[in-house]
Design a protein around this ligand. Structure first.
Ligand code: PGA
Length: 253
């Protein structure tokens, strides 16, 4: 059975006090509001990881994740953070291949293969992001484009490693724009991706893979999007910075 997952991506937002306040609110609401069967992941910037983990503690089903990791194991790579460091500070998940990293930091499908390897070798669950820009959507080649991202970065994995991957489909034209993909557009792509994964790893493995939707997801549209059969949760940017909104999204299943 695949997991329902809601992951918050803080991006490069919040100072120390703001991060602590947001986390405390989420942890308290999470405990009070009797959330069931949803895995929740907070993905703050690197400097927040340790203090956020302290607040999360051992709350069941509430996990820490990072927004990136190095493709290298260790060494003279100034400014980088390794997967093994993340794990040692309590992270369980890592977002890889977010479109902002692909665009602004030129992360290629090939580079992401190495990052996925580092994550898996260090016991982190990759939340592997994929998604098409507007011009590809308008040209009608979006399914081929996104399938290719998965093929190039993930199809070299063993079945055992692939079983640990979470996918996040995030159409770039919907990220931070307020323009969500319709729930039907999300379902259409998620179904196509699941079929693509089945063609390589088999139907059972594909059926067990959580595929999250991301892009302007909010408390007003999450229920509709999460109701689709191939949508297993969300990767939430802007709305994850407000505790009430984030909790309402978690409660939209
Ligand atoms: P958004 O961001 O929810 O602010 O659109 C989603 C993401 O980039 O992960």
């Amino acid at each position: 059975m695949r997991k329902k997952i809601v992951a918050g991506n803080w991006k490069m937002n919040l100072n120390y006090e703001e991060g602590q306040k947001l986390t405390s609110e989420i942890v308290n609401m999470y405990k009070d509001e009797n959330i069931k069967d949803v895995t929740v992941v907070l993905n703050p910037p690197f400097v927040h990881l340790f203090p956020v983990k302290k607040l999360i503690g051992n709350t069941p089903n509430l996990f820490l994740g990072s927004q990136n990791c190095s493709e290298k194991a260790a060494g003279a790579y100034t400014g980088e953070t390794s997967a093994s460091m993340l794990k040692s500070f309590g992270a369980e998940y890592v977002i890889l291949g977010h479109s902002e990293r692909r665009e602004y930091f030129k992360e290629s499908n090939e580079l992401l293969t190495a990052k996925v390897r580092q994550a898996l070798d260090n016991g982190l669950t990759p939340i592997f992001c994929c998604g098409e820009p507007l011009e590809i959507r308008e040209a009608g080649t979006h399914e081929a484009y996104v399938k290719n991202q998965l093929t190039e970065s993930l199809f070299g994995l063993s079945a055992e490693d692939f079983a640990k991957i979470v996918i996040a489909y995030e159409p770039i034209w919907a990220i931070g724009t307020g323009k969500t993909a319709s729930s039907d557009q999300a379902q259409e792509m998620h179904k196509a991706l699941r079929e693509h994964l089945a063609s390589k790893f088999g139907q059972e493995a594909a059926d067990n893979t959580s595929i999250l939707y991301g892009g302007s997801c909010n408390p007003g549209n999450a229920k509709d999007i999460f109701s689709k059969v191939d949508v297993d949760g969300g990767l939430i940017g802007g709305a994850s910075l407000k505790s009430r909104d984030f909790m309402d999204i978690i409660k939209s299943f």
